[in-house]
Design a protein around this ligand. Structure first.
Ligand SMILES: Nc1ncnc2c1ncn2[C@@H]1O[C@H](COP(=O)(O)OP(=O)(O)O)[C@@H](O)[C@H]1O
Ligand SMILES: [Mg+2]
Length: 292
């Protein structure tokens, strides 16, 4: 397992007497090399959950296991610095954390900090740019001169440059235009399928991730409301509404086709292309039946 949470609760304690329990009794398994979506209404605990994955937050109760590191409530935490390199956390609006005068300086900052040589850091920076579909010429640019989509990708590249085994992203497509959103999800999918990295994405646009995610976790008021595949979710769309989420268009279309043609229980077709293929197949079957 890449990430395993056992009966984890997390309570924010501030100086006042007000204590906010953001997560209650969470059990979660994320397999190595998988692509996982996390969804839930605003305030349901998604960002809190992500910060447990690389030790920025420590569980108030329960156990968090990430790769070979175990963080247990009430016990002294192990050294977490190596984990921070192996688990890359991309915060919401990551471009706000870019601060150097060139993209390259931003990209080598992390690798140098974690002890890579300057040559290796530069090599990793170039690889990360390529992996994020960015032209190497942009390395010399001021990050604030990039377009919104380029800046977002460069900010993700600066996490990727540390060569993390797990990449956790908080709403990575927020505020991007539809084409950039689809492109970014495609790039993240390749980091998973071609490079074997575990990719965890918090999203409130389930539609864009549904065809690619192996697993989903839905949070409701700090509790785990659902864990399973898109296929299992398709069979139980009411769970989405009970979590305050709208049913993704792709699931609505699939469920309508499935009801109309009696395909319930079949693996759902969650892209326009696969749905069209499935309907074409039904049509061909219908014509064959008529000829027989
Ligand atoms: N730093 C904080 N201090 C106190 N409470 C917080 C803090 N951050 C988040 N919370 C509370 O924890 C709950 C979960 O928040 P969060 O994890 O940000 O949810 P989401 O990312 O799903 O919107 C919310 O009730 C929020 O108000
Ligand atoms: Mg959040």
């Amino acid at each position: 397992m890449a990430i395993q949470l056992q009966q984890v609760s997390y309570t924010y304690a501030d100086r006042s007497l007000w204590r906010q329990t953001a997560l209650h009794d969470i059990n979660l398994n994320i397999a190595k090399g998988s692509m996982v979506g996390i969804a839930g209404a605003t305030g349901s605990g998604k960002s809190t959950l992500l910060q447990l994955f690389n030790g920025i937050l420590k569980p108030s109760q329960g156990t968090v296991k990430v790769l070979d590191v175990t963080i247990q409530a009430g016990e002294k935490a192990p050294r977490l610095l190596p984990l921070r390199r192996r688990v890359g956390l991309v915060f919401q609006f990551p471009e706000q954390q870019m601060f150097e005068e060139t993209v390259e300086k931003d990209l080598i900052f992390g690798p140098l900090n974690f002890g890579m040589s300057p040559e290796e850091a530069k090599m990793r920076a170039r690889q990360a740019m390529t992996d994020m579909g960015l032209d190497l010429a942009l390395l010399e640019r001021n990050p604030f001169r990039l377009s919104g989509g380029q800046m977002r990708k460069a900010a993700i590249a600066s996490v990727l440059a540390m060569d993390p085994e797990i990449i956790v992203l908080d709403e990575p497509t927020a505020t991007l235009d539809p084409l950039s959103r689809a492109e970014l999800i495609g790039l993240l999918e390749r980091l998973c399928r071609e490079q074997g990295r575990t990719i965890v994405i918090v999203t409130h646009r389930m539609d864009e991730l549904l065809p690619y995610a192996d697993q989903w976790a839905l949070l409701k008021e700090g509790r785990m409301a659902f864990q399973g595949s898109g296929q299992e979710l398709a069979a139980d769309p009411d769970i989405l509404e009970s979590c305050g989420l709208s049913v993704p268009h792709s699931l609505r279309y699939w469920n309508a086709v499935a009801r109309r043609f009696g395909l319930e229980g079949e693996k759902p077709c969650l892209t326009a292309e696969s749905l069209a293929e499935r309907i074409a197949l039904l049509q061909a079957e219908g014509m064959r039946d008529r000829h027989e």
